[in-house]
Design a protein around this ligand. Sequence first.
Ligand code: GLP
Length: 244
Amino acid sequence: MQVIILPTPKDVALYAANRVVEVVTKNTNPVLGLATGSTPIALYNELVSRHRAGEFSFQNTKTFNLDEYIGIAESHPQSYRTFMNRHLFDLVDIDLSNTYVPLADSLDPDVLARNAECYESEILWTGGVDLQILGIGVNGHIGFNEPTSSFASRTRIKTLSKSTVEANKRFFAEGEFQPHLAITMGIGTILSSKSIVLMATGKGKAQAVKDMIEGPLTSMCPASVLQQHEKAIVILDEEAASLL
Ligand code: GLP
């Protein structure tokens, strides 16, 4: 695991954007793993501007998102499919049929489990993810792999922890249904990516960042597993790095 500390969140986004552009331009059929949350928005904004400036195209790129909420429609304003369309896919020349987000638009556990399995197979069939973008939860989760998730886990249904539901409350209106379940790539799935960039910004992430980098390898901090990935880069702003 390589750790890079930069002054501001903007610098973190620029650094991550350079890695994405490199992968997209160097590979004939690039495969990106993408993340949601507030942290990668600056990265997507940067990619959109550089794409619009004619620097590169997403035409041959496939993308796999980490996770999706169960219990809300794909078209719901807070679904991760909507998030990705709004912040990236609708703004660039990517073929929407090459953008994968787990299908979680059902309440039937058998259908959801099958969707999760198919998602895992789709990733394998494409030859795997070249670059996986990650954020980190305040409890050290990656994707929706909450503390105690198995390091060998593959795409599956997960129950969100109380702290994650609390942290994501801000995106839902008062009294609105908020999902407590999700389909997420597993930790094993994430580790299979050829390279990984984890972005963390702000003081709120400082403890999770410390646990990930300086703590023991433990399923109580799922992100600590990145210590074992040969091509994982953690990019931090000074606030997220303040407890190191
Ligand atoms: C959600 C997502 C994660 C993301 C995390 C942190 O739980 N499933 O992939 O890393 O939020 O989000 P934020 O960047 O908004 O802090």
